[in-house]
Design a protein around this ligand. Sequence first.
Ligand code: SF4
Ligand code: SF4
Length: 226
Amino acid sequence: MKWGMVIDLQKCTGCGECVAACKLENNVAIVEPKESEMGRTMLWMDMLTMYEGEYPRLRVRQFPRPCMHCDHPPCTKVCPVRATYKNEEGIVAQIYPQCIGCRYCMAACPYTVKSFNWYKPEWAPGIRETTNPDVSVRPAGVVEKCTFCVHRLQKAKEQAKSEGRTLREDDFQTACAESCPAGAIVFGDLDNTGHRVSSLSHSPRATRLLEDLGTEPKVIYLKEVD
Ligand code: SF4
Ligand code: SF4
């Protein structure tokens, strides 16, 4: 089993629903503009903007960027306390109580997907009740990032086990994939030919970011048709 994601740039409209859904699902801190200006924005799923050509033939492309859950992740190799690791299903995880906040992993990640948490978990009155109880709240001083919504996977596995069956493709979706109104994000098992993500990953439009680094990202983009 190798969990992975396909993001179809032909379908993505850059609406940002996936970014918002990820923040809500994972209790990611909302940062004041003043803090944001200091580079402290926290996003597990970001929306990147790319400019091609020059005015008046300027083309702007936007694309969602989660953690790539690399098969050869540089981030895990530099962690001095093993607070980040790749599990047997290919998900690159963080162990928050173990993290000492040195940020070596942030420096090692070529995709800049990790955030340092500068903030104590504090909520305005009434907001605490809206947080997701399935996702642990991170203390200040640790590094955090996209988990491929591993808490949803865990729940789906338990449900399947209680029903005496194996996990099905539609048992588990990440919050970003579920929320995308354009159906641009597909999640599943890359090793399972019955999963949509597996066939899409072999599309002639498939490409991966910074492939030449040998990180083997498990997030695959489908290029736009020109
Ligand atoms: S994208 Fe960055 S944080 Fe995610 S697995 Fe790869 S190196 Fe690690
Ligand atoms: S910041 Fe945390 S996870 Fe990253 S290398 Fe340091 S201890 Fe490991």
